[in-house]
Design a protein around this ligand. Sequence first.
Ligand SMILES: Cc1cc2nc3c(=O)[nH]c(=O)nc-3n(C[C@H](O)[C@H](O)[C@H](O)COP(=O)(O)OP(=O)(O)OC[C@H]3O[C@@H](n4cnc5c(N)ncnc54)[C@H](O)[C@@H]3O)c2cc1C
Length: 375
Amino acid sequence: MNGYRGARTAMIVGAGVAGLTAATALAGAGWQVEIAEVNPSRATSGWGLCLTGPALRALAELGLADDCLTAGYGMSVITHVDVDGEPAGRARLPRLIGARQPAMAGIARPVLHRILHTEAEQRGVVVQQGLTVTAVDQEGELVRVQLSDGTVRQVALLVGADGIRSSARSLLGLETSLGYHGQMVWRALVPRPQWATGIHQFAGKADTAGLVPISAGQAYVFLTENGVEQSVLPEAELVPRLQQLLEAFPGRVEEIRPLVSVSESVVRRPVLTAFLEGAWNRGNGVVIGDAAHAPAPQMASGAALAIEDGLVLAEELGRHRSVGAGLDAFVSRRGQRCRTLVETSVAIAGLEHAQRHREAYPLTDAGHRLMAEPA
Ligand SMILES: Cc1cc2nc3c(=O)[nH]c(=O)nc-3n(C[C@H](O)[C@H](O)[C@H](O)COP(=O)(O)OP(=O)(O)OC[C@H]3O[C@@H](n4cnc5c(N)ncnc54)[C@H](O)[C@@H]3O)c2cc1C
C-alpha cells in the first residue's frame, strides 16, 4: 500500500512494549495507526519481566492490567538477603491499582507481547512484521516515511519506538550515546519454588542474584555480573557458567542453582543505558521508550516508562491543535521523570559494582516512590 494521508494518521517504528502500547492509546483516541516491526516473526526471547506498580497502573488505563495479572504472577514484597544469607529487609511496594490488588506482576515476555498485540489489533492497529523505515522527510504538516519494502506513507505523526539502538532516532537526526556500566545481566527461566511468592534479591560477594515469579509454575532467576567487559559466550557455556556464578551465594540460592540446569532459556546481556538530551522530537516525529530513555534493569522500570509514554503522548496530542505542539508538551512532561529514573538506575548499578548494596536499597526505594507519582 502506498499510504494514506490525513490528519490523525500515525506510523510507529517497533512493536515492542512502547510501540504496541502507544499504538493502542492512539487508536483509542481515534488515530489510524500502522506499526513497522523489523522482526519478521512475533516470537520474543523467552525470559520474563517485572511489571511494577506504575506499569500496572498504565496498563489499567488501557484495560490490560487484569489480563497481565491473570496470565502473570501478582506480588507485593521484595525480600533483600545479605551477603551472608541473612535477611536484610523487606520492601512493600505501593499498590497503585487498588488496595486489594498486588503491587506488581511478574510475567513472561511472550505472554505480555501476546496481550499487547491482541489489544492493539482489536483497536484496528495494523502491525506489519519484517518491515522497517529507511528514510524520513518532513513535508509541511505531514511526515513522508519510506519503508524497506519500497512503499511510502505520508502521515501526521511518526513515532520511533525501536528500542535503545533506535534507527528512527538517527533518521530524525537525534543522537545519543549508550552507556555500558561494566555489568552483564543473566536471566534463566526455571520452575517456581513454592516459597517464591514475591521477588527475592540476594547480595553476593561480587555479584547480585534474585528470583522473580512469572506464573504459578514459572519464575526467572536473575544475576548481575559485576566488573566485566561486554562479551558473548557460546550458547553451550551459558548454563554451566551461570551455575558457577550462583555457587558464590549461600542460603536459598543453593536451592535455585540446580533449577538452572533444566532451564530451557538462559540469556546474558550487557547493561546498557541511554538518555536523549534535549528534544526527543523533530518536526512531526518523536522517539519514545528505550529509544529516548533506557534505564538499567536494576530499577525494573523501563517497561513502565515505555507504557506511560504512549498514554501521555496520546493525551498531549489530544490537548493541542498541532502535532508539533502536542509533541513539545509530551517531551516537556516526560523529560525530568525519565532522566531521574535513568540516573537513579545508573547510580544503583555503580553501588552494586562497588559492593555497597545497602546504600543501593534506599535509592531503589526513592526510585519507586518517584515512579508512584502520577506520570
Ligand atoms: C535484561 C533486561 C531485563 C529487564 N527487566 C525489566 C523489568 O523487569 N521490568 C521493566 O519494566 N523493564 C525491564 N527491562 C527494560 C525493558 O525491557 C525496556 O525498557 C522495554 O522493553 C523498552 O521497550 P521499547 O518498546 O522501548 O523497546 P524494545 O522492547 O527494545 O522494543 C523495540 C522493538 O522495536 C523493534 N525494532 C528495532 N529496530 C527496529 C527497526 N529498525 N525497525 C523496526 N522495528 C525495530 C524491535 O524488534 C522491538 O520489537 C529490562 C531490560 C533488560 C535488558
